[in-house]
Design a protein around this ligand. Sequence first.
Ligand SMILES: NC(=O)c1ccc[n+]([C@@H]2O[C@H](COP(=O)([O-])OP(=O)(O)OC[C@H]3O[C@@H](n4cnc5c(N)ncnc54)[C@H](O)[C@@H]3O)[C@@H](O)[C@H]2O)c1
Length: 268
Amino acid sequence: MSVGENLEKIFSLKNKVILLTGATGGIGSVLAKGLADAGAEMALCDIGNDKLEAIAAEINENGSAKAYSLNILQMDSIKACVDNVIKEYGRIDVLINCAGINKREGFLDVTEETYDKIMGINLKGLYFLTQEVAKHMIKANKGNIINMASHNSVGMLGGCSVYGATKSAVTALTRSMAIEWAKYNIRANAIAPGHILTPLTTVTWEHPERSKYLSERIAMGRPGTPEEILGLTILLASDSSSYMSGMMYHIDGGCLAGGQPWPYDTKY
Ligand SMILES: NC(=O)c1ccc[n+]([C@@H]2O[C@H](COP(=O)([O-])OP(=O)(O)OC[C@H]3O[C@@H](n4cnc5c(N)ncnc54)[C@H](O)[C@@H]3O)[C@@H](O)[C@H]2O)c1
C-alpha cells in the first residue's frame, strides 16, 4: 500500500455519522464541509434553518449531509434533535459540540440574563445534548466526543468571565466523559482554539486597537482561520486517534507559548 493510500485510510471518516452542533458558524460550517469531504455523513444541527439547509445542499453536491433544527437552550429541542438524527441514521459515531456564544462585558456589568444565556448555550446545553447522545453511544458500546473549548479555558481575556467559566468547565466535562465512559469504548477530547477569525470575533479583529493588542499576544502575529481547526478535528474524529482521550489540544499560533517575543535587545 502506498503512503498516500495509507494516509487516506487512517484519517478516513467513511461511514461515520457525525452530529455537529453550531454547524452554520464560522468554525462549524468549515468543519461541516471538511468532515464531509473526509467521508463522514454529517448531521448538521443549529438554530436558524436557511443557512443550515444551504450548507447541507452544498455538501450534498459531493457528499452527505442533513439539516436538523436545534435550539440548545431548550431541553425538548435537544431531545427532538437527537431523536431525529437517530431515526435517520440509527447511530451517532461522533458528536462534535461546537455551538457557543460570547458577550464581552466587564465582570460587574454582566446581568443575570446574559449569565444564564452564555451558561445555557455553552455549558448546560452541551451537557444535556451530550447526555442524550451518550445514551445511544453507550447502547452501541462505542462513541467519540469532541468538545470545542477555548484559549479561555486556561488563559483569560478581560470581559470574558462567563465565557471563560463555561470553557474551563467544558474541559472538566471532557475529562468526566472520558473517564466515566471509557468502559463503553467512548473517547472524549477537547479542542482549544486560540483567536480564530469568525463572526464571533470580527468585533475584535476589525477594531484597530483590539486587533493590535491581540496580535502582539500571538507568536504568529495573526488570528487563525477556521480551516486551521479542521486537521486536528479530522484526527480526533478518525480511528487514528484511538488511544487519545480526556485531553485538550490547543491550536493557537503560539499564544500560550508567550506571544510576540521581547522586541528589545536580548543581549544585556
Ligand atoms: N472564534 C474563536 O476565536 C474561538 C476561539 C475559541 C473557541 N471558540 C469556540 O468555537 C465554537 C464555534 O465558534 P465560532 O467562532 O464559529 O462562532 P460562531 O458565532 O460563528 O458560531 C457559533 C454557532 O453556535 C450557534 N448557536 C448559537 N446559539 C445557539 C442555540 N441556542 N442553539 C443552537 N446553536 C446555537 C450559532 O448559530 C452558530 O452557528 C464556539 O463554541 C466558540 O466558543 C471560538
